[in-house]
Design a protein around this ligand. Structure first.
Ligand code: PEP
Length: 258
């Protein structure tokens, strides 16, 4: 972690938790976290629980995010949710381009770009997910893949846009598998990503943008990952579904007093 950038931990609940379970989880989190200084924390429940979670976290340190959205404002898009609909529920963040959306639902870099631009136009702060598959890593394609996902996904965006975006580096082979990138491997990817962000924007923008690590981050490995200079937080899947483990990760991200 770098003191220029406030650590940012987000929980991606995926297709988990009924409304009642979601409220129970955020109530437990609120109790365990208390005032929680020095870390930004966001929970991203399924669409069905956004309203109830929004009410339950009001006045707490927790922020609200969605896991996906469409880029259009309204229309014949059965099953989709617009950025305006998310804002109405006091959502301030949205995950865009998660690998599950890319692989299971066919999201391309072009779609990711459209969604990012629509999110920004509606004052939603995107968490843009990027990452290579196991095969791409084994074929030494990691940097090329990250470069392409960033360049295409962030097309036509200026420094002011980039500053609203958090990038989540999520090696696909580490998501939900229990395999975590070693701190060195993750740090190398984050440093590379920051270099690409510098090319796309400028040095100041690249130094202020937060890059989260995602992929089987849990209480046992969080501190070591978060100690890396270019890892500014985490996007947490499985471990965000349990108040004790999510709290432990957030505590690992809290800046230490010198
Ligand atoms: C994720 O889905 O964004 C994720 C990182 O999942 P997990 O922590 O379960 O690997």
């Amino acid at each position: 972690m770098n003191r220029l950038r406030k650590p940012f931990i987000a929980g991606n609940w995926k297709m988990n938790k009924t409304v009642a379970e979601a409220v129970e989880l955020v109530n437990d989190l609120k109790q365990q976290l208390g005032a929680c200084k020095g870390v930004d924390v966001v929970v991203c429940p399924p669409f069905t629980a956004l309203t109830a979670v929004s009410a339950a976290i009001s006045g707490s340190v927790l922020g609200l995010g969605a896991q996906n959205m469409h880029w259009e404002k309204a229309g014949a898009f059965t099953g989709e949710i617009s950025p305006q609909m998310l804002r109405e529920l006091y959502c301030h963040h949205v995950i865009i381009g998660h690998s599950e959306r890319r692989t299971l639902f066919g999201e391309t870099d072009e779609i990711v770009n459209r969604k990012l631009r629509a999110a920004l136009a509606n004052h939603l702060r995107p968490i843009m997910c990027i990452g290579e598959t196991l095969q791409e890593r084994q074929e030494n394609q990691t940097e090329q893949v990250l470069q392409r996902q960033l360049t295409e996904g962030l097309r036509e965006m200026g420094a002011a846009d980039l500053q609203q975006i958090t990038v989540a580096y999520e090696p696909v082979w580490a998501i939900g598998t229990g395999l975590t990138a070693t701190p060195d491997v993750a740090q190398a990817a984050h440093l590379f990503i920051r270099g690409v962000l510098k090319e796309i924007g400028d040095d100041k923008t690249a130094q202020t943008m937060r890059i989260q690590y995602g992929g089987s981050m849990k209480p046992e490995n969080a501190a070591e990952l978060l100690a890396q200079p270019d890892i500014d937080g985490g996007l947490i899947g499985g471990a965000a579904l349990d108040a004790d483990s999510f709290t432990a990760i957030i505590k690992a991200a809290m800046p230490r007093e010198k």
